[in-house]
Every structure is written in structure tokens, then in C-alpha cells.
Write a protein that binds this ligand. Structure first.
Ligand code: TXA
Ligand code: MG
Length: 319
């Protein structure tokens, strides 16, 4: 049974497993990650296998601090500024890879850039320090499922495939990190997430812009629609549930619903709603409705990332 409470002892054992090339699922402040030693190509390949994830999706590498990050990538001045302000925390920076990094090419899916993040969660920090390795880690769910915000979600999806699933309780932010990329003095928003756009723009001193599209290929595969999908369909901006639908509400104006329903935040608090989003979707989905109707969510602050995830989950898909 790989699911264990995160303690000094289990974190040390998990760090050994990582250094040996095994996979370890661990909590971060955003969502749980499925980690491998980023320098070990075989271990990284197992992440794709275990997640059932298309190979073209590059992974985020987690490191202990900015100093460790500067060993693996080139930091333009604007990136340093953002790192100093938001690390440790829910911001991922996509930067040019440093060729001496020793990071497996598979991590970047062949791109010459690498996504880096310093997580704030104490269990993630201890794991990084004990193992001494950069940890490549996507969210610890099967591909196409919503990201796990509890250790039990990880176990439900991956069972005993990771050597350890470190239980550090529910994650605080509940949404993946915000991903940004750089080009001269411009900053691209590659994925909205746990740190709202406005906070980043304030520190960067420039607006975040849409990434350029390379032909048909999105610059960040994380922007592919239908990346986060429950089994049920989603009907967005729904003021009420129709017969047979589950309902996901937001705010104090919850309609009277006879069927299965949840409120993301009765107080109408977007931070609380973000933290509840994935667990609420899983819970409603588990009841087996054909459709989950979702209340309108204001598109400000963390609402931008919440609406992005809901749109992906609502996108038509084939299995
Ligand atoms: O909060 C998070 O970011 C979580 C925790 C575990 O840290 N991780 C996570 O990883 O969500 P993942 O693999 O599910 O998402 C990584 C995102 C994807 O949108 C991916 O396309 C983008 O980062 N990404 C990674 N490397 C990139 C690169 N070189 N260029 C552009 N986008 C990249
Ligand atoms: Mg993911």
C-alpha cells in the first residue's frame, strides 16, 4: 500500500525511492504531483506510462529554490523579478534550458525550454531537500481526469503504481500553478492558475499576453481543450439544474435543487471556490449524472483560472 501519511520518516524513504528511479506522488500547495528524478529518462518515461498521457506534453520541474533553478535554465531579468516575488509558490516559469542541466530531454518533450517551479508545500520542500534531485512532476492524475487535491484522489487514479503516495492533507490552492513564458520584454500567459493574472502583471510591470500559435500547434499543450474531464458532460453558466443533472453552485444565491449538488463557496469567495473545484467535480461525477450544470463564476481574480478549467472540462471529446 503506497498511501502513507507524510512524516519525516516516510519522506526520507520516498526520497530514497525517487533517487533510485521510482515514482513518488506528493502534495504541493496547488495539486498533488507525480514525481520522478528529472535527470533519469527512464523514470520520467514511467510518468507518461503511469498517467496514460500523450508524449507531447512537457512536464514541470520542481526545485528547492531560485539558486537550484538557475542551474538548469537561463533567467532573463523579468523572470528573476517574478521568481523573487512569487517563489516558493504557484507560479511556473518557462525558460530556455541550460544545456549543462543534466535534465532528461523527455521532460521538455523535445522543446528547448523548460518549465520550472519552487513549490511552497513543506512536504514538497522536504522531499526536494532530502532527495537532492530536481523533481519532474505533472499533476498526479490519469490523463484526462481532473487534478488531485487529496492523496485519496491520487490513489483512486494511480493505485500502487507510484512507490509512495505521501498524504499531506488537502491542497491549499486547489488549482495548478499559473504558467508564464518570456520573449524579450514580453510575458505570455501559457496557463492561468493559482496566482491571478493581475498580481503577476503588477510585479512584471507589463500585461500578460496570449502566446503566439505555431501553426495549428499550441505553444503550451496545457492549452489543449478537454485536458480536464469528468465523465459527465458540463453545462456552464447554469442558473438551475434540469431534471437528471447534478448542480455545482457558487455564492449565496444557491437555487433549491432536489438532486445531487454542491456549492463551491456559499460565501462567493473565489479562493475558497478554487480550493474546492476539483474535489467537488469528482464528488458530483462519482454519483454518475449525465450532466453537471455549473453556476456562472465571475471572471475576475482566480475566477479566470476556474472558468478556464471548467471550459476544458466542458469541451466535447471522444472518450
Ligand atoms: O501546480 C502545478 O503546476 C502542478 C504541480 C504538481 O506542480 N503540476 C502540473 O503539471 O500541473 P502538468 O504537467 O499537469 O502541467 C504542466 C503545464 C502544462 O500546461 C504544460 O503544457 C506546460 O506546463 N509546460 C511545461 N513545459 C512547458 C514548456 N517547455 N513550454 C510550454 N509549456 C510547458
Ligand atoms: Mg495536469
Amino acid at each position: 500500500m503506497p498511501l502513507v501519511k507524510a512524516t519525516e520518516e516516510t519522506i526520507l524513504a520516498a526520497a530514497d525511492a525517487l533517487a533510485r528511479g521510482d515514482l513518488v506522488a506528493f502534495p504541493t500547495e496547488t495539486v498533488y504531483g507525480l514525481g520522478a528524478d528529472a535527470r533519469n529518462g527512464k523514470a520520467v518515461a514511467r510518468i507518461f506510462e503511469v498517467k496514460g498521457r500523450p508524449q507531447f506534453n512537457p512536464l514541470i520541474v520542481h526545485v528547492a529554490d531560485l539558486k537550484a533553478a538557475r542551474d538548469v535554465a537561463e533567467f532573463p531579468p523579468l523572470a528573476i523579478k517574478l521568481a523573487q516575488k512569487f517563489w516558493p509558490g504557484a507560479l511556473t516559469l518557462v525558460l530556455t534550458r541550460n544545456e549543462r542541466s543534466g535534465i532528461s530531454d523527455l521532460v521538455s518533450a523535445g522543446l528547448d525550454t523548460i518549465a520550472l517551479r519552487v513549490p511552497a508545500h513543506p512536504v514538497a520542500q522536504q522531499l526536494l531537500k532530502s532527495s537532492g534531485v530536481p523533481i519532474a512532476a505533472p499533476s498526479a492524475n490519469r490523463s484526462g481526469h481532473v487534478s488531485p487535491t487529496r492523496a485519496q484522489h491520487v490513489f483512486n487514479d494511480l493505485m500502487d503504481r507510484p512507490a509512495f503516495i505521501l498524504d499531506g492533507g488537502p491542497t491549499e490552492v486547489g488549482l495548478e500553478s499559473t504558467v508564464v513564458g518570456f520573449d524579450s520584454n514580453q510575458v505570455y500567459l501559457l496557463r492561468s492558475g493559482g496566482i491571478p493574472r493581475a498580481q503577476i502583471e503588477e510585479v512584471a510591470g507589463v500585461g500578460l499576453i496570449e502566446p503566439p500559435k505555431e501553426g495549428e500547434r499550441p505553444v503550451s499543450p496545457g492549452q489543449l481543450l478537454s485536458h480536464y474531464a469528468p465523465h459527465a458532460g458540463l453545462r456552464l453558466d447554469a442558473k438551475d439544474a434540469r431534471s437528471g443533472e447534478a448542480y455545482l453552485g457558487f455564492g449565496p444565491q444557491m437555487p433549491a435543487i432536489s438532486g445531487i449538488n454542491k456549492n463551491l463557496s456559499a460565501a462567493g469567495d473565489l479562493t475558497e471556490a478554487a480550493a474546492n473545484l476539483f474535489a467537488a467535480l469528482r464528488e458530483l461525477d462519482a454519483a454518475g449524472p449525465d450532466m453537471i450544470a455549473v453556476a456562472p463564476i465571475p471572471n475576475e481574480g482566480l475566477g479566470e483560472a476556474i472558468n478556464d478549467r471548467l471550459k476544458r472540462a466542458a469541451a466535447p471529446r471522444d472518450g
